[in-house]
Design a protein around this ligand. Structure first.
Ligand code: A3P
Length: 330
């Protein structure tokens, strides 16, 4: 059915593929955080527009051994880590006294520099031409481990996984989706958001299944997947960045450690630096989200300003129960 042209692109679902339309009626459906439907596909909740991207990406994406995939639960700091990864991998190109090039992060949002497979590349085109991109190719995804294209699991490509405390993730998602909801749909109450989160109904959730899937892979094959937490990155960003560089086999040289390269990267990618750039204060992504929606407070423990004791205990109870026996604490 044709939709109102005023609906932002990220909510439009009238050009989904035939395969997707055929599949949707068989999937469990719930109302999602943006007021549109969410569908349970392979155990995870996605919107109809995302499903199109997920199916195309699962079918057509061919991972290369040199690929790097950033995987996150939504609102766990994806924007930050996209910026860091891009800067880390391109550090010789854009930094140093010899470089005449202006750093792309100064004029582009991190989501434009590191596209999502299923949310951008495979929605915009069924089979985007990615084979000609120079290695290492850097992509992002919110897909759960079991839903990754087979070639990602079979190849030697590396996964960098980022998650965040569930209470901060839930509060951040609540703020973000309220900003993205069309005005005539009103806002979700925090109680509604919390109910959904605790039932596992969040974008690419259940949150705990997503996290547990990658925690297991990283424990069993640490050379394949690096498991990072937003809180650890905030607490010791230098150590996290050095660990990341080591995992990606591009460690900092002695010279770089001496000449402040680590701090330069962290400064450029910091919340204050990125959120203060013109492009991030006034620009929009091709999919319609305002860039500024990805920058709110960027702090650890902000949930305490929103969740009552009862609400916090409810999330803690659910997550503790689900994580029980995994050795993972969030
Ligand atoms: P808050 O809503 O708690 O402020 P994602 O990028 O996965 O969508 O996550 C968004 C969250 O990361 C938001 O959290 C946002 O403010 C925070 N964030 C964005 N850029 C950041 C940065 N450079 N450093 C730290 N946090 C950042």
């Amino acid at each position: 059915m044709p939709q109102s042209p005023s609906l932002p692109k990220y909510l439009q679902d009238d050009d989904i593929s035939q395969e997707c339309s055929d599949l949707l009626p068989s999937l469990q459906c719930e109302q999602g955080w943006l007021g549109a439907s969410l569908h349970l596909y392979q155990g995870f909740w996605v919107g109809p527009r995302h499903l199109k991207g997920v199916l195309a990406c699962q079918r057509h994406f061919r991972a290369q051994d040199t690929d790097i995939l950033l995987v996150t639960t939504p609102k766990s700091g994806t924007t930050w880590l996209k910026a860091i990864l891009f800067t880390l991998l391109n550090r010789t190109k854009y930094s140093g006294s010899g470089s005449q090039l202006q750093h792309p992060l100064l004029s582009q949002n991190p989501h434009d520099l590191v596209p999502f497979l299923e949310l951008n590349l495979y929605i915009e085109q069924d089979v985007p031409d990615l084979a000609s991109l120079p290695p290492p190719r850097l992509f992002a995804t919110h897909l759960a481990y079991q839903s990754l294209p087979q070639s990602v699991r079979d190849s030697k490509c590396k996964l960098v996984y980022l998650c965040r405390n569930p209470k901060d993730t839930c509060v951040s998602l609540w703020h973000f989706t309220n900003k993205l909801r069309p005005k005539d749909r009103g806002e979700n109450s925090l109680q509604e958001a919390l109910d959904r989160f605790c039932r596992g109904v969040s974008l690419f959730g259940p949150y705990w299944d997503h996290v547990l899937g990658y925690h297991k892979v990283s424990s069993e094959t640490p050379e394949k997947a690096l498991f990072l937490k937003y809180e650890d990155m905030k607490e010791d960003p230098r150590a996290s960045l050095k660990r990341l560089a080591g995992f990606l086999e591009c460690p900092f040289s002695e010279d770089e450690l001496r000449d402040g390269t680590v701090d330069d990267i962290l400064r450029l990618c910091s919340f204050d630096s990125l959120s203060g750039l013109e492009v991030n204060m006034s620009g929009k992504l091709a999919s319609g989200e305002e860039n500024k929606a990805f920058f709110r407070r960027g702090e650890v423990g902000d949930w305490v300003n929103y969740l009552s004791v009862d609400m916090a205990e409810r999330i803690d109870r659910v997550v503790e129960e689900k994580l029980h026996g995994s050795g993972l604490r969030l």
